[in-house]
Design a protein around this ligand. Structure first.
Ligand code: NAG
Length: 386
């Protein structure tokens, strides 16, 4: 607990939500065998029957070595998670900061399995004690929330950012099928549209990586069968091969120059042994003209990959030309006087209008550096690349 005057001031300003362990665990475990967890802020007023389930991100682990490395961290164990988390952006309880969802029940599901909640392996190797049970975690949390009132939901959104944004794509129709038929259900993916493209050395780095994730976690049976019946399971981890089959309305918020994708799909360390991309990845204004050309080509690949979403008005697109990753959970990118806009529209307004059927939204920005409203990320050189 915070006892300083500063802490009390901060506490009034921020909504702080406590870690909760679901009651119905159903054989679901984080990587280390600990129970899964979420943070919950109750709905109020006219929002009591509306539910926003937001899934946390945090990359993936693709083999026993990398899964062991995350097992005892907050991304692999509820024992290592902070007990309190502040909610902002789409999770804010202030009307001014989050006009369409502030009074909903808002849940942040903590990410703890390393497979975007798709894994399901019965056996646990006693030598590693690694639990590959992410799909069961997802089900257990949904059932727990239903017992807490989500079964009476009028409106519901499955959302998430990064690996959580991918989870919201892969589980979108499943989530809809678990809800009463009378509930209005939509999905929102923030920075979850990871594309299958070669890295700067020409290798299929991300395709290999996802194939390993899916094999390690036994994810194939929990990926959309409309994809796994046609393609190898590793490919069905990519949104571009599954989204055309998604029946539930879904909105994609994504930067065309997503900073995680530039750092880890386009120019991962293994593809850049001399570190030529190092400063460019930390700060887009430091990229050479050749690197910028490569990034413009990446944007074109991204636009091609997302074109399969199609132009049904049930699908939403907010594709800005920012160097960013995850724009719905941070107040400064979700809704502020100077937050990113496409046309004159903020992300909060585009998503709210789409959810409530006030107006559809499908906009793709002009190429970098055309959009002055971007909040381009600048990374600390001492930080590990996320
Ligand atoms: C596990 O994956 C990492 C990251 O891709 C790789 O560097 C490492 O060699 C792999 N280890 C094994 C044992 O396959």
């Amino acid at each position: 607990m915070v006892n300083t005057r500063f802490g009390q001031w901060l506490g009034r300003l921020l909504l702080v939500c406590t870690l909760t362990i679901p009651l119905l665990l159903q054989d679901s475990f984080c990587l280390d065998g600990s129970p899964p967890a979420y943070h919950f802020s109750h709905g109020f007023g006219s929002g009591v029957n509306n539910w926003l389930v937001q899934i946390e991100g945090g990359g993936w682990c693709n083999n026993v070595t990398t899964c062991l490395a995350r097992k005892n961290t907050r991304l692999g164990s509820s024992k290592a998670m902070v007990k309190e988390l502040s909610f902002s952006g789409i999770l804010s309880n202030k009307q001014k900061f989050n006009p369409d969802f502030y009074d909903w029940n808002r849940i942040k599901v903590r990410y703890c399995d390393g497979s975007s909640f798709t894994g399901d392996v019965e056996a646990v190797n006693p030598a590693t004690n690694l639990h590959f049970r992410g799909a069961r975690v997802f089900l257990a949390i949904i059932e727990d929330l239903q017992a807490k009132g989500m079964k009476n939901a009028q409106n519901a959104i499955l959302s998430g950012c990064s690996a959580g944004g991918l989870a919201s794509i892969l589980h979108c129709d499943k989530f809809k099928s678990l809800m009463p038929s009378t509930t209005k259900v939509k999905c929102l993916s923030d920075a979850g549209y990871f594309i299958n493209t070669n890295d700067v050395s020409g290798a299929k780095h991300i395709e290999t990586f996802y194939t390993e994730v899916v094999a390690t976690h036994g994810s194939a049976k929990n990926l959309p069968s409309s994809c796994t019946s046609r393609l190898s399971p590793g490919l069905c981890f990519f949104p571009q091969y599954v989204v055309s089959q998604i029946q539930t309305p879904i909105f994609f918020v994504n930067a065309a120059y997503d900073s995680w994708q530039i750092k880890n799909i386009l120019a991962p360390g293994v593809a850049d042994p001399h570190g030529t991309w190092h400063y460019c990845k930390l700060d887009i204004t430091k990229c050479s003209s050749i690197q910028l050309k490569t990034m413009q080509d990446f944007r074109l690949e991204f636009l091609k990959a997302i074109s399969v979403v199609g132009n049904s008005l049930s699908k939403g697109l907010f594709i800005d030309s920012c160097y960013a990753h995850c724009q719905t959970e941070m107040q400064e990118t979700w809704l502020r006087a100077n937050s990113p806009r496409l046309g004159a529209t903020t992300i909060a307004k585009a998503v709210g209008d789409w959810f409530y059927d006030r107006s559809a939204f499908q906009k793709i920005d002009c190429p970098y550096p055309c959009n002055p409203t971007c909040h381009n990320r600048v990374f600390d050189p001492n930080d590990h690349l996320e």
